[in-house]
Design a protein around this ligand. Structure first.
Ligand SMILES: NC(=O)c1ccc[n+]([C@@H]2O[C@H](COP(=O)([O-])OP(=O)(O)OC[C@H]3O[C@@H](n4cnc5c(N)ncnc54)[C@H](OP(=O)(O)O)[C@@H]3O)[C@@H](O)[C@H]2O)c1
Length: 292
């Protein structure tokens, strides 16, 4: 399959890299063109518009910030729909809410294009190793056709049902991540304030049943105040907007998700948006200091 990637931010660049390294022909577009330079060096065909990507691809994967960006690259000037051809499938890998996802899929359907939602769990480093978890919603037939590409980037793929199902699952997943980052942050802060070494706090935590990938891998960096981004804090805050919007639309009462969003919103306002989401700890420490 010829694969197109639209959006070469932290995740899109890694997905494209993995596809290039596993022998796929990859065409890429990014709004800010310089970000495609490393991919051009790896052999990607860099083009000027989402339309050109669609023209050259059997499968176009959109990996952009939010649903507004998905709309823009899909239906805006020289958008994906303008590059329509027989058999074209669009897979949206951005984290967006299921309501918007269904609307976008319907608009594609009206243009004669099949769109599936295919959000992923795991960040850039897992993408480059082909170890993402891929979740898919929408046409099963389109999913089966795209499966070899998903198998190149992921070690497990879940087909979850109709359009929006995978996005709903992804939001339930990201609620775990955002709250876990808060819990580990407050544990480290409490340990430090109690005169304990935060690395010892993590060693004890990681010796128990309650250890997580986050406490094992990101925890030590958090304890040292290192927040090099694999997933920007402002993107996590956007996901919390999506989680809370979806909860409201579907009638779920999620007080923890609301509180988490208030905290991440505060962090973005204070200028912590462009560091890793685990940098929520730096914001909480700043708030703790100003409260005492
Ligand atoms: N990073 C992760 O670990 C991870 C994991 C799973 C899912 N995701 C999801 O994947 C998506 C991308 O995340 P990321 O981490 O790659 O974020 P990122 O590094 O901030 O990249 C965002 C991408 O979206 C593009 N974009 C934003 N607004 C746009 C618009 N209006 N029109 C066209 N393009 C636009 C950006 O283009 P410019 O370069 O021009 O700004 C960039 O390519 C998000 O929905 C995120 O929630 C990320």
């Amino acid at each position: 399959m010829n694969v197109g990637i639209i959006g070469t931010g932290l995740l899109g660049k890694s997905v494209a890299t993995r596809l290039l390294n596993t022998g796929h022909k990859v065409t890429v577009y990014n709004r800010t063109k310089e970000k495609t330079d490393p991919l051009r060096k790896l052999g990607a065909d860099v083009v000027e518009s989402p339309r050109k990507v669609a023209e050259k691809s059997d499968l176009v994967i959109t990996i952009v910030k939010d649903s507004g960006a998905v709309e823009s690259v899909s239906f805006g000037k020289d958008g994906i729909v303008d590059g329509k051809h027989d058999g074209l499938v669009v897979a949206d890998m951005s984290t967006i809410n299921p309501i918007a996802s269904r609307k976008i899929a319907k608009k594609y359907e009206q243009s004669g294009i099949t769109m599936i939602d295919s959000p992923v769990m795991g960040g850039p480093s897992l993408a480059e190793k082909g170890q993402l978890v891929v979740m898919v919603g929408g046409s099963k037939e389109a999913y089966e056709r795209c499966r070899p590409v998903f198998d190149s980037i992921g070690e497990r793929t879940f087909y979850l049902g109709s359009n929006g199902a995978a996005d709903a699952m992804k939001l339930a997943m990201n609620l775990q991540i955002s709250v876990l980052a808060l819990a580990i942050s407050e544990g480290i802060i409490l340990a430090k304030k109690s005169g304990l070494d935060p690395l010892l706090f993590l060693e004890v935590l990681n010796s128990t049943y309650f250890k997580t990938g986050m406490s094992l891998l990101k925890g030590p960096k958090m304890a040292k105040g290192v927040f090099e981004p694999s997933f920007f804090l402002n993107v996590m805050q956007k996901d919390l907007d999506e989680i809370n919007y979806t909860a409201k639309e579907f009638g779920a009462n999620l007080p923890v998700a609301r509180l988490a969003n208030e905290l991440y919103q505060g962090a973005v306002k204070e200028g912590f948006g462009q560091i890793d989401y685990t940098g929520i700890m730096a914001y909480l420490e700043k708030v703790t200091k100003s409260d005492t």
